[in-house]
Design a protein around this ligand. Structure first.
Ligand SMILES: *Cc1c(COP(=O)(O)O)cnc(C)c1O
Length: 339
C-alpha cells in the first residue's frame, strides 16, 4: 500500500513523464554557466515573473540565505515575521553564515506584518544599532495568501524607507492559483523572490532566486561560497521546467482536496478544524490522544506530522488523490468512533 503522506508538499516524487524529461536533459557545467537546461530554467522564470535574472539552487533555504546575504552586509538586519521560514525554519542561517541580524516581528492572523510596527522597528542610523536594510515577507504564509493590497502598501513602505523587499515565495504559485492574481503581478512588487520547485510543483529538488542582474551576480558568488555551485544540474532543472509546464494550474486540485478534507474532518467529533488555506488544513485534537492517533493513522497508511507545529497541519499535493483524502477521513472517523 502506498502511503497517503500529508506531512508536507515536499514529499512528492517525480512522475514518469518528469523522470523522462530529466533523463533527456541537455547538460553542461553550471559553475561555468554552461548548463543549457539550467540557463533555460533561470531565463524562463525570470521572463515569466519579470526579473532580469535567476539563479537555480538546491533548496529554498539556500535561496533565501543568498537573497539575505546579497541585500545585506555584515552588521545589517532584516525585518521578518516571527513565524516566517526565513527567520524560524532556516537554522538561523542569516545570523550564522551571513552575520545578518533578524528583527522578528509578530504576524497578524492573516500573515501580514503591520506597517506601523515595522516602522517602529527600523533602527536609527547610529553606531549603537544594526542597519535595517531589508523587509522579507512570505507568501503563502502557513497556507495563507497575503492580500495584494497589503503587498502593495508594504512595497511602498519599503521604498519610502530605503529597504530592500524580498519575498519568500516558496509557494508563490499556490498563492497565484488560489487568488487568481497572476504570479507575475505579485512578483513585480519585489526586488527579489525565491520560488520552490520541490513543493507542490512536484520537482524532486530545487528553488530559483530571482532579482536584478547585479543582485543575482552577488547571489551566485555566495552560492559558490555556501557550497551550492553544482555541475550538471540540468537534469534537476529539467524537472523544474517540466513542473512549470505541467504542474502549476493543477495546484487548484490540491486546494479543492484541502477544502474537502477540511469539511469532512471538521464534522468528526474530537477534531477541531482551525482553518484551511490553499493546500493546508489545520486541526486540533485532544493532546492526550495524539500519539495513539498517529499510530492508528500509520496503520491505515496515512502519515501526518506530529509535534513540529503547535497544531496539526495536513498538506495536500500532487501525490494525494481523492482516494487518499477518503482514506484519511475514514481513518480519522474510525479512530474517534472507537472512542
Ligand atoms: C519549504 C520552504 C522553504 C524552503 O525549504 P527547503 O526545504 O530548504 O527547500 C522556504 N520557505 C518556505 C515558506 C517554505 O515552506
Amino acid at each position: 500500500m502506498e502511503w497517503v503522506d500529508l506531512r508536507s508538499d515536499t514529499v512528492t516524487r517525480p512522475t514518469p513523464a518528469m523522470r523522462a524529461a530529466m533523463v533527456a536533459a541537455d547538460v553542461g557545467d553550471d559553475v561555468y554557466g554552461e548548463d543549457p537546461t539550467v540557463n533555460a530554467l533561470q531565463a524562463r522564470l525570470a521572463a515569466d515573473l519579470g526579473f532580469e535574472a535567476g539563479l537555480f539552487v538546491p533548496t529554498g533555504t539556500q535561496s533565501n540565505l543568498l537573497a539575505l546575504m546579497s541585500h545585506c552586509e555584515r552588521g545589517d538586519e532584516y525585518l521578518v515575521g516571527a513565524d516566517a521560514h526565513t527567520y524560524k525554519f532556516e537554522g538561523g542561517g542569516a545570523a550564522v553564515l551571513g552575520s545578518i541580524q533578524p528583527q522578528p516581528m509578530a504576524h497578524d492572523a492573516d500573515g501580514t506584518l503591520p506597517l506601523d510596527k515595522l516602522a517602529a522597528a527600523i533602527k536609527p542610523i547610529d553606531p549603537h544599532f544594526a542597519r535595517t536594510r531589508l523587509l522579507a515577507l512570505e507568501n503563502t504564509w502557513h497556507g495563507r495568501v497575503l492580500p495584494l493590497g497589503y503587498l502593495r502598501a508594504a512595497r511602498d513602505f519599503a521604498r519610502e524607507r530605503g529597504l530592500g523587499f524580498h519575498l519568500d515565495g516558496a509557494r508563490l504559485f499556490n498563492a497565484a492559483v488560489a487568488s487568481g492574481v497572476p504570479a507575475r503581478e505579485i512578483a513585480a512588487l519585489f526586488d527579489s523572490l525565491s520560488v520552490c520547485l520541490s513543493k507542490g510543483l512536484g520537482a524532486p529538488v530545487g528553488s530559483v532566486l530571482l532579482g536584478s542582474a547585479a543582485l543575482i551576480d552577488k547571489a551566485r558568488r555566495w552560492r559558490k561560497v555556501a557550497g551550492g555551485g553544482w555541475r550538471q544540474a540540468g537534469m534537476l532543472a529539467a524537472a523544474g521546467m517540466y513542473a512549470l509546464n505541467h504542474h502549476v494550474a493543477r495546484l487548484a486540485e490540491d486546494h479543492a482536496r484541502a477544502v474537502s478534507l477540511a469539511e469532512q474532518l471538521g464534522q468528526i467529533a474530537g477534531v477541531r478544524l482551525l482553518g484551511q488555506y490553499t493546500n493546508m488544513v489545520f486541526i486540533d485534537v485532544p493532546a492526550d490522544r495524539l500519539r495513539d492517533l498517529d499510530t492508528h493513522l500509520r496503520a491505515a497508511g496515512v502519515r501526518i506530522s506530529i509535534g513540529y507545529l503547535p497544531t496539526l497541519r495536513l498538506v495536500t499535493h500532487l501525490d494525494v488523490d481523492d482516494a487518499g483524502v477518503a482514506r484519511t477521513v475514514e481513518a480519522f472517523h474510525a479512530f474517534f468512533a472507537g472512542g
